[in-house]
Design a protein around this ligand. Structure first.
Ligand SMILES: Nc1ncnc2c1ncn2[C@@H]1O[C@H](COP(=O)(O)OP(=O)(O)OP(=O)(O)O)[C@@H](O)[C@H]1O
Ligand SMILES: Nc1ncnc2c1ncn2[C@@H]1O[C@H](COP(=O)(O)OP(=O)(O)OP(=O)(O)O)[C@@H](O)[C@H]1O
Length: 524
């Protein structure tokens, strides 16, 4: 099959004016008609920046300088009028919230179509079609701000697909989706690829589920240079050592080494840190959580899992007293949660939000980490020593004076975690702690969390990553149908096929690998 180049970069470099080093350095490659290409590289290697350069938004939309050229179907992209390429080259971003302009799902999608002069009588049909496709038809009238993170991501995809783009760039589009929705989303892209002539560029740290769809892979290094370009099979099979040196995830089916399960601390016999008794919570009279009973022990690492919209973030907000239950009681360190003074509660309990940007309060990465130590009256030397140490632990020293909002997705997530560790709290709540991280930073983040756990901190995290649950947690709670449907060791959860299906979960990749490992004949 001969493929025509759709997008071509020739000696393309791009630098943010605020940074000393170029973010993309002398890239030459093409994306071809009907081909799906995977773009991988460590966190901060420039993947998101490249996608914005490819559709012509950058360098104009930021303070940045580019050299070399990018061509779209043989024409220089800089010769297209501003915004002219948005329809042909659609991007689904890491952060779906940045994409929305309207209040309800229906209005958002209608707005997109109206902007492209789609006739009025076609609009409703096209909206229904796409919402049915992605399983969101019941949310058509709903206000976008009331959707869960994963639901928002699906609407962001729908609004790009509605434009019937020529090139589809997916920048970590499934990071917020529950395991089953993630698979369905990928199958949806596969179907679309068969029915629409699409050139696809996928940015994903964990490429496992995408492999059957991907033809080629491009690999960037930390300096924004292209170090590999070739068939995906060849790259993952023959370049494994190089990829691992760069901290890149190796899909399970190519992996030569299994990750052993980390030994866990037997904390379930220790004193409770936090207990919820018969807690219920409704929004606008519709129940979100009902009769929840949970006990987290001191030094325990616990995962909360469940489908998109199951109420996991809501549960964390109840625990952090950011929401009040309608019914039931929450006890934290032997005292009713409502009896805690605000300042003391925040010292003893840390909360890392799903969207890191919701946490940022200052103008630099350094100040963000130093912020609460300054509030708590620490002296300058202590603040400086501790801040520098945390920035170094989280690989953010180079970005010390950068604005938190100008960090890469992975860097923002690491910063939001670092800001919670200025003191060692009794309870740490994480909403998707490793979302958007490469293999190395995921391992490092989990290592740091395990160290904090060993000091006695209870860690509760919400995740869609069953490998993390499998490797690190002593206990897992499954939320489904507004209730706790499972509480126990993760190992026994993987045997409960019916529940896994109902709660839209999947087994960890070590248990799914048998299905696919043979295909590529990889010896293990
Ligand atoms: N501010 C809000 N107003 C009204 N409803 C909301 C609001 N925030 C969330 N919801 C609804 O509450 C339910 C639970 O949402 P929540 O964010 O807790 O789910 P989740 O399990 O964390 O989902 P995800 O995995 O997609 O992040 C969803 O149905 C969501 O639509
Ligand atoms: N608007 C901006 N202004 C200045 N620097 C930026 C801006 N956006 C990103 N950067 C920096 O450019 C580098 C590349 O960021 P980019 O978001 O492209 O990386 P990435 O490979 O997509 O990372 P991740 O895997 O963490 O999402 C990072 O060092 C980041 O701090």
């Amino acid at each position: 099959m001969s493929h025509k180049p759709v997008l071509t970069a020739e000696h393309y470099s791009f630098s943010y004016e605020t940074l000393d080093q170029p973010t993309l350095d002398d890239l030459t490659f093409s994306l071809y008609d009907n081909e799906a290409t995977l773009l991988i590289g460590p966190s901060g290697s420039g993947k998101s920046s490249l996608s914005l350069c490819l559709n012509g938004l950058y360098p104009d939309a930021v303070e940045g300088v580019a050299s070399g050229e990018i061509f779209y179907r043989g024409h220089l992209i800089k010769d297209f009028a501003k915004g002219a390429l948005n329809q042909q080259i659609g991007i689904v971003f890491q952060d779906p919230e940045s994409q929305f302009c309207m209040i309800t799902v229906e209005d958002e999608l209608a707005f997109t179509l109206e902007n492209c002069q789609v006739p009025r009588d076609e609009i409703e049909h096209r909206i229904n079609q796409i919402l049915n496709h992605i399983g969101m038809i019941d949310y058509k009238q709903q206000a976008i701000h009331t959707l869960s993170g994963g639901q928002k991501q699906k609407i962001a995809l729908a609004s790009v697909l509605l434009l019937e783009p020529d090139v589809l760039i997916l920048d970590e589009p499934t990071a917020n989706l529950d395991p089953m929705s993630r698979l369905e989303f990928i199958q949806l892209i596969e179907q679309l690829r068969m029915t629409m002539a699409l050139t696809i560029l996928i940015i994903e740290h964990q490429a496992d589920d995408w492999l059957k769809l991907i033809d080629r892979a491009l690999v960037l290094n930390q300096d924004g240079q292209l170090i590999e370009d070739g068939p995906v099979d060849t790259i993952f099979q023959t370049k494994q050592t190089v990829l691992m040196e760069h901290g890149i995830f190796i899909p399970e089916q190519y992996r030569r080494h299994n990750h052993p399960r980390k030994p866990t601390i037997d904390a379930v016999h220790r004193k409770p840190c936090l207990a919820m008794k018969n807690v219920s919570f409704s929004r606008n009279h519709s129940p979100i959580l009902q009769h929840i009973n949970m006990t987290f022990h001191q030094g325990e690492m616990i995962a909360i899992v469940g489908e998109n919209g199951a109420g996991k973030s809501t549960l964390l907000q109840l625990i952090a007293r950011l929401l009040q239950p309608n019914d039931g009681a929450i006890t934290f360190l032997e005292k009713s949660l409502n009896d805690w003074k605000e300042a003391a509660l925040r010292q003893h309990m840390g909360f890392v939000f799903q969207n890191p940007e919701h946490q940022f309060l200052t103008d630099t990465t350094y100040d963000e980490v130093a912020f609460s130590m300054t509030l708590n009256g620490y002296d300058y030397d202590t603040i400086n020593r501790r801040t520098t140490q945390l920035l170094s632990d989280f690989q953010l020293l180079q970005e010390k004076w950068q604005n938190p909002f100008a960090l890469s997705g992975g860097q923002k997530r690491r910063l939001s975690v670092a800001t919670m560790l200025d003191e060692t709290p009794d309870l740490l709540l994480f909403d998707e702690p490793t979302f958007g991280q490469d293999a190395q930073t995921t391992a490092e983040l989990m290592h740091l969390m395990t160290n904090i756990q060993k000091q006695g901190t209870t860690i509760v995290f919400v995740t869609h990553d069953m490998d993390l649950v499998d490797q690190y947690c002593e206990s897992v709670y499954v939320l489904h149908d507004q209730k706790v449907q499972y509480y126990n060791d993760p190992k026994t959860l993987w045997q409960q096929d019916t529940l896994l299906n109902q709660a839209r979960l999947r087994k960890p990749s070590r248990l799914e690998e048998e299905k696919v490992g043979v295909v590529h004949g990889v010896s293990r």
